[in-house]
Structure formats: structure tokens, C-alpha cells
Design a protein around this ligand. Structure first.
Ligand SMILES: Cc1ncc(COP(=O)(O)O)c(C=O)c1O
Length: 288
């Protein structure tokens, strides 16, 4: 594993030989951004959407990509080809670069660029079948969740809370309204419609925001982004998560209570089932 090929600052080399300066601003300040891109059957899913978000994140940090999308794509292909697994997840990270320690952004720095590919660890079949258990917490993170920042301490603390409870994720509320989970977006189904929180500085716009909108349209499911209260989540017909590695997955228990109503209480519901099915089709058509 430590011999896996990675990319660092223009060079492909084994992971255990890749070294970064202790003065790197990613190390000292968490001053950088990242992307996680899923790969199915060695083909990259929604590549342009991930690159567009990477460019948006960079712009928010007043940084620029050191190379064009074709360069990123070529690097991804080389890393993917170096591994035996058909399904992988490419990680790409840029930090502002190496400079004497000072909070102020130095001008003209060469960014540090790092990329690797790992096997995709999909949600295990039994968990997917039964649905996930999650806990809830106040969203105590900073107010720029829209940036895909490598400064993930708040998300690490939030995710660990669920790990300590043997739960899969921590669903967070800010001022009583749903934001997201530690490493995924959160959706509810209400009267047959899929509802998500509005895009804001408090939520990372997952690549699955637009994808789920498209899949809902295809499936004839209404899709609406609007403020969702904690009470809405607890009373929802269905709750689900989305992320690059989870696709879309049902949440069937929240804080130990079953989600949903009637015969479907505590079970994955029909809106989830249709979206998951459509998602699997999309993997074939939306990968390059
Ligand atoms: C905090 C947070 N929100 C949402 C998401 C989902 O984003 P995506 O669908 O692009 O994976 C992630 C992804 O890991 C995340 O870390």
C-alpha cells in the first residue's frame, strides 16, 4: 500500500517516497482544498462536475489550478491504471504551497499538488439493505462549509461522535435547521418528494446535489431545496445520505429511533429505492 503510485508536484512516485515540507501551508494552516472523485470500472464519474467544484474552491482561496482539466484527467488515468481494482476513488489536493509561517497569503507561491487513487470502499450490501443508523449534533463547525477545505477538524470531531456510538454518520443542525452530515449531504423524502437544504455557506454543495436533481427528474420525483427543520427530519417519511463513496443510502435510524411511518418504519423507503436504481444506471452513462 505504501508503495502505491501517487502524484506530487509534477512527479509520479511511490507513496512512501512522497515528502512535503513542514513549512507547507497545508500542514501549518490547513490552507488548501481537495476533491474525491469516484471511479467505476476504471471510468471517472462526473469528472467535469468535480473539476468545476475544485476550481470554485480554489477561487474562494484566491488560488489557481497550476494545470488545465486535461492535465488532471491524464494524471487520474495514470493513477487508476496503476491499481488492480476496477472501482477506485481518486483523491486530489492542492495547498497554497511552502513559505515562511505567516497568516497573510504570500503572493506568487507554487501550490503543492498531491493525488492518489485508492480502492473504493462501497457501503457493504447488508448495511445498504438495512439502512444506516445516524446520530445528530449541533453543527459546531465554521461558517464556510461551502469550501471543500482540507481543514476538516470540525468534520473529524463530528464523525468521531457517531463512531463512538457505533453509528454511520452525524447529521447536523444549525439554529435548528439541517445543514449536512460530517462527510455527506442529507436528504429527506416528504409526501413522495425529495427535499434538501438550500445551498449556503454552511453546506458543501456535493456533486450529488445536481445529480440527484437530474435523477429525480428522470424518475418523476419532485425535487426541492428549502430550509428543513430538525422536526422535519425526525418526522420524515425517509431520510438518506449522499456522497462520492456512499452514492445515495437510506438512513433508517436516527438517535436510536426508527425513521418513517407504518410498514416502512425503520426500513429503506421507495424514494430511496428508485433513486438508488437510477444512480446505478447513471454510473454507466456518466463516466468517462
Ligand atoms: C462535509 C461534506 N458534505 C457533503 C459531502 C458530499 O459531497 P460529494 O457528493 O461531492 O461527495 C461530502 C463529501 O465527502 C462532505 O465531506
Amino acid at each position: 500500500m505504501t508503495n502505491d503510485l501517487c502524484f506530487l508536484n509534477g512527479e509520479f512516485l511511490p507513496l512512501n517516497e512522497a515528502k512535503v515540507s513542514v513549512l507547507d501551508r497545508g500542514f501549518l494552516f490547513g490552507d488548501g482544498i481537495y476533491e474525491v472523485v469516484p471511479v467505476y470500472g476504471r471510468r471517472i464519474f462526473r469528472f467535469d462536475e468535480h473539476m468545476a467544484r475544485l476550481e470554485r474552491s480554489l477561487a474562494k482561496l484566491r488560488m489557481k489550478s497550476p494545470f488545465a482539466r486535461e492535465g488532471w484527467l491524464a494524471n487520474c488515468r495514470k493513477l487508476i491504471a496503476s491499481r488492480p481494482e476496477e472501482d477506485q476513488v481518486v483523491y486530489m489536493q492542492l495547498t497554497r504551497g511552502v513559505a515562511p509561517r505567516d497568516h497573510v497569503m504570500p503572493v506568487g507561491l507554487e501550490p503543492t499538488v498531491f493525488m492518489m487513487s485508492n480502492p473504493l470502499r462501497a457501503v457493504p450490501a447488508d448495511l445498504r439493505h438495512q439502512g444506516l443508523s445516524c446520530i445528530t449534533a449541533r453543527d459546531f463547525r465554521w461558517e464556510r462549509g461551502d469550501i471543500k477545505s482540507i481543514s476538516l477538524l470540525g468534520n473529524v470531531l463530528a464523525r468521531q461522535m457517531s463512531a463512538d456510538h457505533g453509528a454511520a454518520e452525524t447529521i447536523m443542525f444549525r439554529d435548528g435547521f439541517l445543514t449536512e452530515a460530517a462527510a455527506s449531504n442529507v436528504w429527506i423524502a416528504h409526501e413522495g418528494a425529495l427535499l434538501g437544504p438550500p445551498k449556503s455557506d454552511h453546506v458543501l454543495e456535493g456533486i450529488r446535489f445536481e445529480l440527484l436533481r437530474e435523477l429525480c427528474e428522470e424518475c418523476g420525483i419532485a425535487y426541492n431545496l428549502r430550509p428543513i427543520s430538525e422536526a422535519d427530519v425526525r418526522a420524515a417519511d425517509e431520510v438518506m445520505l449522499s456522497s462520492a463513496t456512499k452514492d445515495v443510502v437510506a438512513v433508517t435510524h436516527i438517535d436510536g429511533q426508527p425513521v418513517g411511518h407504518g410498514a416502512l418504519r425503520g426500513k429503506p423507503g421507495p424514494v430511496y429505492a428508485r433513486l438508488y436504481e437510477a444512480y446505478q444506471q447513471a454510473k454507466q452513462t456518466m463516466s468517462i
